[in-house]
Write a new protein. Structure first.
Length: 335
């Protein structure tokens, strides 16, 4: 394990930044050991926050920059904006081995492009994949690709299977990953030509890293029978947005139902602990931190609209990927 771990942070990306970013750092450092932060952004905005949240001087290094990638910038515009933006400098510090992982809650397209311009792909991987954690009945699932690649071929999906399994192994070392392909049915003959071809290859070849379990339908993603779910970026992104919307709808409707009447309020008081567990299970902040797999360094995307709790969780993901030696596991298995 690297000691100490250094996380590069784009402090200016996303809603309510840098406030949520620095507060997120304060939450994370209370629960971490030997982790330091390399923070990029506007000094006049960040310094008061570092003092407000009592971030110890020895735990961070602040690098000032006036330039920021805006949320409405196209990826190309962001890259052309210059090499002195907080996002570019954070990625560049990763490239120069001044940090072990980086995180941003900013412009997703800009993060992808700037990361690909600065960092190398792992050998034998053609396309990166955006991966995130989803809760299930039996633990946590790794789901990818969530939007980095709209069009994929069989080799890409096989690479995603290996990378997703390596991520799951890095995060949950005591579990052997079980891989399934997201499809419109569980029968072998269903799906398009690309998914059928991938199914055949994964069925015929044995992988030491994971067990292949065939197809999985969208309504079984959270059953927990498999823990790595693979799709092209178009399908995966729709599944992600649908799950997020459903989760928010359930929490909102349940809250309204339990607060609109005397009986509802009494019931929620009696079942406070159970309701809290239920809410936490569906709280997207607790699973925040998508990983751009396939690059030779860990790049983590925090949701732009998350709060400090969500950002702190993305820092936790950074820490876990380094301690779990994610890149080394992908490299060893992809070759």
């Amino acid at each position: 394990m690297i000691n100490p771990i250094v996380i590069a942070i784009d402090a200016m990306g996303g809603d309510n930044s840098p406030t949520k970013v620095i507060e997120g750092v304060s939450i994370h450092l209370r629960n971490s050991v030997n982790v330091n932060y390399k923070i990029f952004g506007k000094e006049d905005l960040i310094n008061p926050l570092l003092k407000k949240y009592s971030i110890p001087n020895e735990r961070f290094n602040l690098i000032h920059t006036d330039k920021v990638v805006e949320g409405e910038d196209s990826a190309l515009t962001a890259a052309k904006r210059g090499k002195n933006t907080s996002l570019w400098l954070a990625v560049e510090s990763l490239k120069n081995d001044e940090a072990h992982a980086m995180v941003s809650a900013g412009n997703t397209g800009a993060l992808f492009l700037i990361s690909k311009l600065n960092l190398k792909m792992i050998e034998n991987i053609d396309k990166p994949a955006l991966s995130a954690l989803w809760p299930s009945k039996k633990g946590m699932n790794v789901v990818l690709d969530l939007g980095a690649n709209i069009e994929c071929n069989s080799k890409n999906l096989i690479d995603f299977s290996i990378m997703g399994s390596a991520l799951h192994k890095a995060l949950f070392d005591n579990e052997k990953p079980c891989v399934a392909l997201l499809n419109i049915g569980s029968e072998e003959l269903k799906g398009n030509a690309m998914i059928k071809s991938t199914y055949q290859i994964l069925s015929e070849k044995k992988y030491n890293l994971f067990d292949f379990k065939g197809y999985i339908e969208g309504n079984h993603i959270m059953d927990g029978d498999v823990n790595v779910i693979v799709a092209d970026g178009f399908t995966g992104n729709i599944a992600l947005k649908t799950a997020e919307g459903t989760s928010n709808f359930i929490i909102s409707e349940l809250k309204q139902a339990l607060s609109s009447t005397i009986i509802g309020k009494f019931s929620s008081f009696i079942n406070y602990n159970n309701l809290k567990k239920f809410k936490n299970k569906l709280d997207p902040r607790l699973y925040n931190g998508a990983i751009l797999l396939g690059l030779n360094k860990p790049v983590i995307k925090s949701h732009g609209s998350t709060d400090s709790v969500g950002f702190a969780n993305s820092l936790k993901v950074c820490e876990q990927t380094i301690k779990g030696r994610l890149i080394e596991q992908i490299t060893a298995n992809i070759n």
